[in-house]
Ligand binder design. Structure first.
Ligand SMILES: C[S@@+](CC[C@H](N)C(=O)[O-])C[C@H]1O[C@@H](n2cnc3c(N)ncnc32)[C@H](O)[C@@H]1O
Length: 254
């Protein structure tokens, strides 16, 4: 795991993945085991380490934390840069909720975890989330495989792998803080990222692909979603969709 992806920057500190030593094979029978997509999402957060120092996020939420690796990683990153950020997570899989709590605790990070579908019925629609993370079930599958609350929920995405993603997108405008809220959404090429980008643009957002990677048969990417017209300036995303697409050796993202 240590050899995977995380870009180290000696001047800016060392990215360290959370310890997952407490998790067993039995846990991974019920909960998604951190994989290339997990590490790519951590890479995207690490890449924005300096940005977070300026942004000073106060509330971060991960939908679908699985093992808890990513939200715990983000908690560690915030600690390292002296940012006090409340961390929340929601997962439809009750075992993932339990495992996320254990991962956070084992790494000295405080995360409030709930067992709900996406954001739950009582989600605050008050634009209070500064950092929203989602590595969704993105694998194209028959639609009847979507909707489980077991391990299948980790991957079963229905048509184009979009069925859970498409339920999530309309919630974003009411969740993300203005003007600097940031959403990091893991996608694969089959999800039709350009189409997703157009849906988000119609909601007032702009998008870029902040990191991307070809892993086995998947063209993985993390789409960064920000408000199209922030009222005061922060540095722009550090690369464009086209640049990252070129870096991973493909040019079309749809
Ligand atoms: C691809 S796994 C990602 C797990 C973890 N974030 C990671 O990167 O390793 C997708 C996660 O989303 C959860 N999930 C799927 N559908 C969900 C839904 N409707 N609401 C909340 N969580 C969901 C799954 O249970 C699983 O934990």
């Amino acid at each position: 795991m240590a050899s995977l992806m995380l870009q180290k920057n000696d001047q800016e500190g060392q990215a360290t993945l959370p310890s997952l030593d407490h998790l067993t094979m039995e846990d991974y029978e019920n909960v998604y085991e951190p994989s290339e997509d997990t590490f790519l999402l951590c890479d995207a957060l690490e890449k924005d380490r300096l940005m977070f120092k300026d942004l000073l996020p106060r509330r971060a939420l991960e939908i679908g934390p699985g093992s808890g690796c990513v939200i715990t990683f983000f908690g560690q990153l915030c600690k390292e840069i002296d940012v006090s950020c409340s961390l929340y997570a929601t997962d439809i899989n009750n075992k993932a909720v339990e495992v996320t709590r254990r991962t956070a605790e084992a790494n000295g990070i405080n995360v409030t975890v709930s067992n709900v579908d996406l954001l739950g019925e009582n989600a605050p629609a008050d634009n209070s989330v500064d950092v929203l993370l989602f590595n969704p079930p993105y694998v194209p599958t028959p639609s009847n495989e979507v909707g489980s609350d077991g391990i299948e929920a980790a991957w079963a995405g229905g048509m184009y792998g979009r069925e859970v993603i498409d339920r999530f997108l309309p919630a974003l405008p009411n969740m993300l803080s203005r003007p600097h809220g940031r959403c990091y959404l893991v996608l694969v090429k089959e999800n039709k990222p350009i189409d997703i980008s157009q849906i988000l643009q119609a909601q007032g957002f702009e998008t870029s692909i902040t990191v991307a990677k070809k892993a086995r048969n998947e063209q993985l990417m993390v789409m960064l979603v920000t408000w199209a017209e922030p009222t005061d300036a922060l540095p722009p995303p550090s690369s464009t969709c086209e640049e990252d697409a070129a870096n991973v050796g493909y040019t079309s993202l749809d």
